[in-house]
Design a protein around this ligand. Structure first.
Ligand SMILES: *[C@@H]1O[C@H](CO)[C@@H](O)[C@H](O)[C@H]1NC(C)=O
Length: 276
């Protein structure tokens, strides 16, 4: 039905575009296969567009009905990209790196990669966990990398940054918060902050006088500032906090995110955030 309507609507436009009176006299329904194909294409395009609009409009309603979903959207920890990477074997993606696990609280074990400075790369070959742990006390500064939402510590842009920092002479420790990658548990603001603090304190116990910095990216900037405040309160603050692509608060981050923005145009996503 709808398709008919569509091709009829298409009709007059086609005629005026100069096919001449001959076609006109044959009547609208008899159209060339070319224009029929085109109206079919337009029809599908409209269906796809309408579906997308429907999805966009329904997202805020669905989130309002099931607020727990918002946490999942924020963390995206179930998105375990990249697929088919053995997180316990970082050597496939990055050199002079060891993988280990820390139990940050009962029932929560997090996976961590430790990349030593590239200057110690040769030396690191074939070394065990103990060597890596002791290497934290060498004269090189240390960066604890807190990644953003979605994916694991093996995600390409994260690995590339670890390589750059390693070449620049830093130790890099990158963790997957609880519920991310091969880490157990379920993410929560307090939980992921606790994981970051735990790793920091673990490093600090082994780093002698080396400076220890916290580098947060995207969602990780919130975790970095949370952790830094708590550590300062304990009198054990990091030497530096580096925020890459930070946000003021999660409501704004959601509302100004490219996905959130479209919803904002439709039914004021921000209002829904603020009403929570
Ligand atoms: C590890 O180092 C070797 C030698 O420098 C290099 O050829 C190789 O591509 C590196 N591997 C990774 C995963 O970066």
């Amino acid at each position: 039905m709808k398709r008919r309507e569509l091709s009829q609507k298409e009709g007059p436009g086609e005629e005026t575009s100069g096919k001449g009176p001959k076609e006109d006299s044959r009547g609208v329904p008899h159209k060339s296969s070319k224009s029929r194909r085109r109206s079919k294409f337009l029809f599908y395009l409209k269906v796809i567009f309408a579906s997308l609009v429907l999805v966009y409009i329904s997202i805020p309603f669905v989130i309002r009905l099931f607020p727990a979903l918002l946490g999942k959207v924020v963390y995206l920890n179930m998105v375990k990209f990249p697929l088919f990477v053995d997180l316990s074997n970082p050597g496939e993606l990055i050199n002079h790196t060891t993988n280990f696990y820390l139990t940050t609280e009962e029932g929560v074990t997090i996976g961590v990669w430790h990349t030593v400075p590239a200057s110690r790369g040769e030396e690191a070959r074939g070394r065990n966990q103990r060597w890596f742990e002791e290497s934290l006390a060498d004269a090189n500064p240390i960066i604890i990398y807190l990644h953003g939402n979605g994916g694991t510590r093996a995600l390409d842009h994260r690995v590339q940054l670890m390589k750059v920092l390693s070449k620049a002479g830093f130790h890099v420790l990158a963790l997957d918060y609880r519920g991310f990658g091969d880490s157990t548990g379920v993410p929560s603001e307090a939980g992921v902050t606790h994981d970051a603090i735990f790793l920091y304190e673990w490093v600090k116990e082994r780093s002698y006088r080396n400076p220890v910095c916290i580098w947060g990216h995207s969602l990780g900037t919130g975790i970095a500032t949370n952790a830094a405040i708590k550590l300062q309160e304990k009198g054990n603050e990091p030497e530096a906090v580096i925020l890459e692509a930070p946000y003021t608060n999660i409501r704004n981050a959601g509302a100004y995110h490219p996905f959130g923005k479209v919803c904002d145009y439709t039914i004021k996503f921000k209002k829904i955030y603020h009403s929570k």
